[in-house]
Design a protein around this ligand. Structure first.
Ligand code: NAD
Length: 503
């Protein structure tokens, strides 16, 4: 059986726990590899490797660090097909979507290539007599990222792209469910350093594991910051424990994004957008659109009928099938969880218009497939509305008025993304301003901001106060030092016992 090991100090390193995790082929349901799960000591070895690399890397000038990023981008692009196939084979998302996963991460690497410009500090000449004030951004030291299964390419790159470019060294603890792509990224980063004429051994380390490894990171005195993306309860835990241990923490959690459809929306576009945003990647996206809120009965009835027709045309297949729109979910436990939510929705009194639970793919009967499901008559009090399902399930929640529709995402426990579909600019503008959610799409179903902007939700979708990538990412991964320098003319004055002011 294939084994997946960590990548520490530029070398493949086996975990010493003797404990393994199963990595499935979600298309067949078979275990295709075993991943060794780290002990506290294994995590410490990764932190030590990063600590060893830190002085040299932090002292490397920003342009040379950026050149490694340029080389890394080139190498990831050159390996795109292989990486996407590997990602798809462990995650289950189709290959085209896997390329999108990697490409969105690469866009953060592109941002990181321009980091010397963004890293410049501030300067005030003549803040007082002979006094200049300037600030600089310095790396934090050894930092860590803990990532979820659903974007094994993009989310690690969100984190280490910026963290490393600003001079930190990094320990990545990716999801143990699809751990191969993060290891390849570690290997390619080492190669990128060599191509740029630098030894970057230990700058990016990958350690696999579960709660044991995560807790080891959270309690390690040499880890200065932790970035986490995953489900909300764990995000909250990471935030609390990391902060209690004196670390800087950002922890992104779950989501339940709503799409508001006003009566004047372009319904052809809405149906196509919703199909992709609700069912793409089998709904395993934190920026999926699993709730649609049509305003008014006419809009709701039309949307429902057209979604049923759209679902009938949908093709679910194995992840390597180029004709498939989405593939299996990540494992059996997750498939069963989604199926349980569908049953719960029925039991709660919502109308199950399309039931995806019976879907079977010939020749792949043991794969973790689930067909698209559609609910109508979903109400805010229902558990299946309140909680994240993270599967190919679209819920229609009917609203009578614009105000009622806007209130729904604003009052929901999650506040990651939201979208409005309308031709009315004034309504869209008011919506964007008032809605209590972190990322808003106007006729854009999946409003993941571009890399030089910043990604982050509100409420239980994120703990901490700094977002991923863009200038917010740069702020998270650096600390500011401010220097006040005086070069007085003439004699030294008398000592002053009064706090200096700028009067
Ligand atoms: P998860 O919370 O199960 O796992 C995330 C990470 O936490 C993994 O590395 C895992 O090994 C680790 N982990 C799991 N259990 C742990 C525990 N008890 N203690 C400490 N660490 C633990 O999430 P997942 O299932 O891999 O990913 C899906 C979730 O991530 C969804 O809720 C989705 O909405 C969310 N997500 C959020 C964003 C965002 O930016 N807000 C982006 C992608 C995914």
């Amino acid at each position: 059986m294939r084994r997946i090991d960590g990548f520490i100090g530029g070398k493949s390193v086996k975990a010493t726990s003797g404990r393994d995790g199963d990595v499935f082929n979600p298309n067949t349901g078979e275990v295709q590899a075993k991943v060794g799960l780290a002990t506290i000591e294994d995590v410490d070895a990764a932190v030590q490797a990063a600590a060893k690399a830190l002085p040299g890397w932090a002292a490397t000038n920003p342009q040379r660090r950026a050149r490694v990023m340029f080389e890394f981008k080139r190498l990831v692009e050159a390996n795109m097909q292989q990486l996407a196939e590997l990602l798809s084979s462990e995650h289950g998302k189709v290959v085209a979507d896997s390329k999108g996963d990697i490409q969105r991460g690469l866009e953060v690497i592109e941002f990181a290539c321009g980091i010397p410009h963004a890293l410049k500090g501030e300067y005030t000449e003549g803040a007082g007599p002979g006094i200049d004030v300037y600030s600089m951004r310095q790396p934090l030291g050894v930092v860590a990222g803990i990532t979820p299964f659903n974007f094994p390419g993009m989310i690690p790159m969100w984190m280490f792209g910026v963290a490393i470019a600003v001079g930190n060294t990094f320990v990545l603890k990716p999801s143990e469910r699809d751990p191969s792509v993060p290891v390849r990224l570690g290997e390619l980063f080492l190669e990128a350093g060599a191509a740029a004429g630098l030894d970057v051994t230990g700058v990016l380390n990958v350690v696999h594991g579960d709660k044991v490894a995560v807790d080891a990171i959270l309690h390690h005195p040499d880890v200065k910051a932790v970035s986490f993306v995953g489900s909300s309860d764990i995000a909250h835990y990471i935030y609390q424990v990391g902060a209690a241990n004196g670390k800087r923490v950002q922890a992104m959690g779950g989501a339940k994004n709503h799409g508001i459809v006003l009566p004047d929306a372009d319904m052809d576009q809405v149906v196509k957008d919703l199909a992709g945003a609700a069912f793409g990647s089998a709904g395993e996206r934190c920026m999926a659109l699993p709730v649609v809120v049509p305003v008014g009965k006419k809009t709701a009835d039309e949307l429902r009928e057209r979604m049923i027709a759209e679902i009938e045309t949908m093709k679910v297949g194995i992840s390597s099938d180029p004709a498939a729109q989405y593939g299996p979910v990540v494992n059996k436990a997750h498939r069963d969880k989604i199926a349980n939510y569908i049953q719960m929705g029925k039991d709660e009194g919502a109308e199950l218009v399309v039931d995806g639970r019976g879907f079977r793919l010939q020749g792949y009967e043991n794969g973790f497939f689930i067909g698209p499901s559609l609910f109508d008559g979903v109400k805010p009090g229902m558990k299946t509305y309140h909680e994240e399902i993270f599967g190919p399930v679209l819920q229609i929640v009917r609203a009578n008025t614009f105000e009622e529709a806007v209130e729904l995402p604003s009052k929901h426990q999650y506040g990651n993304g939201v979208a409005i579909f309308t031709r009315n600019g004034r309504a869209a503008r008011e919506f964007a301003s008032k809605v209590n959610v972190g990322m808003v799409g106007i006729n854009v179903p999946i409003p993941v901001p571009v890399a030089y902007h910043t990604f982050g939700g509100w409420k239980r979708s994120a703990f901490g106060d700094t977002n991923q990538h863009g200038m917010e990412g740069l702020k998270f991964w650096t600390k500011v030092k401010t220097v006040t320098a005086r070069w007085p003319e003439g004699d030294v004055g008398d000592s002053s016992f009064v706090i200096p002011t700028m009067r």
